[in-house]
Ligand binder design. Structure first.
Ligand code: NAP
Length: 300
């Protein structure tokens, strides 16, 4: 695993399936000129405690399901966003004062992706889906001043709880809950898909009717496989500015390198990595592969 004598990094998660993290991080190390190996640490939850010393021998590591919450007791400090969501996806093992710090760069991944669209988050935002990702997208939008509409297939206690969480983060925020079969006829600055609808191995479907996209200026789809979802294709056809989940995946990794190495990448360099990773996913999951799913799920 990680070796304290050299700069090594890792992804902690289970299962790691078709993770895109190694090629993304290897490209980022190559561009920054910093050395660093990037290893997979595929570990079921029950083995986390016994492997902690190996993990913290890394210079830094990333975390995905199911460890984003469970890593927290092992950390000395948390960034404000990691604290806000109780979720850590990036760790710096030594901040220079001997402390380990947990960050949530998924938040940056989302914010920087919608920034590339020129979306104004102080205007109305609709988030489809109220799970883990939808919760973060909705709260971040409200923190930027958006009136937030949560669109779900069925209103559940979890949806009402999210409304309360938004109001507790942003007292006085305007939060509306609607169901997908009763979408409002008002306009939205940004529409976000925070559901797995359209994701491999079930592409070709969208969470909202194509006609609804005429009311929307910008679109973000958290799904990154396929890289061109039906939702994105419908959005482009309706004239929306649109970006897919690969952008968020790459940006959250970029911010991890900013934390680990204090490096800076140009928008052109990041755009190049997004394109390269899009090509890899398209090649790996081309039509024949999609017709023959191997049964493993994608993990970020
Ligand atoms: P999650 O916690 O399981 O939440 C999924 C949400 O989608 C729930 O609200 C669920 O509603 C809803 N949903 C599921 N199937 C649906 C359907 N057929 N129609 C309408 N709504 C449906 O998942 P998550 O972690 O938030 O992730 C959501 C999506 O974001 C996934 O595709 C994930 O891969 C993607 N993601 C991408 C990135 C990235 O970096 N690009 C990062 C995080 C997540 P119910 O409660 O009714 O089931």
């Amino acid at each position: 695993m990680c070796d304290q004598r050299q700069r090594s990094f890792a992804l902690l998660g289970f299962p790691l399936g078709h993770t895109m993290s190694p090629p993304i991080h290897q490209r980022l190390f190559a561009l920054s000129g910093k050395s660093g190996s990037y290893n997979l640490f595929e570990l079921p939850l029950e083995q986390l405690e016994s492997r902690i010393p190996e993990l913290f021998a890394c210079t830094g590591f990333n975390i995905t399901i199911p460890h984003k919450l469970n890593i927290i007791p092992y950390l000395d400090l948390l960034s404000p966003t990691a604290q806000r969501y109780g979720s850590v996806n990036t760790v710096l093992c030594d901040d220079g004062a001997g402390k380990s710090v947990g960050y949530n760069t998924d938040v940056d991944g989302f914010l920087r992706s919608v920034e590339t669209l020129g979306a104004d988050l102080s205007r109305p935002v609709m988030v489809v889906g109220a799970g883990g990702a939808g919760r973060m997208f909705a709260i971040e939008s409200a923190l930027h001043g958006a009136a937030v509409t949560l669109a779900v297939r069925t209103v559940k206690p979890q949806t009402e709880k999210l409304r309360e969480d938004i109001l507790s983060a942003v007292p006085g925020a305007q939060v509306t809950i609607t169901t997908l079969d009763r979408l409002p006829d008002t306009n939205f600055e940004l529409l976000v898909n925070a559901t797995p609808v359209g994701m491999y191995p079930h592409p070709g479907v969208s969470p909202v009717p194509a006609s609804f996209l005429r009311q929307v200026r910008c679109v973000f789809d958290a799904v990154y496989n396929p890289t061109e979802t039906q939702f994105l294709l419908d959005a482009q056809a309706a004239g929306c500015k649109a970006v897919g989940g690969m952008s968020m995946l790459v940006w959250q990794a970029v911010v991890a390198h900013e934390i680990w190495d204090h490096v800076h990448y140009t928008p052109e360099q990041i755009g190049g990595i997004i394109q390269e990773m899009t090509r890899i996913v398209d090649e790996k999951f081309g039509v024949p592969a999609r017709q023959n799913p191997d049964g493993r799920t994608d993990t970020l």
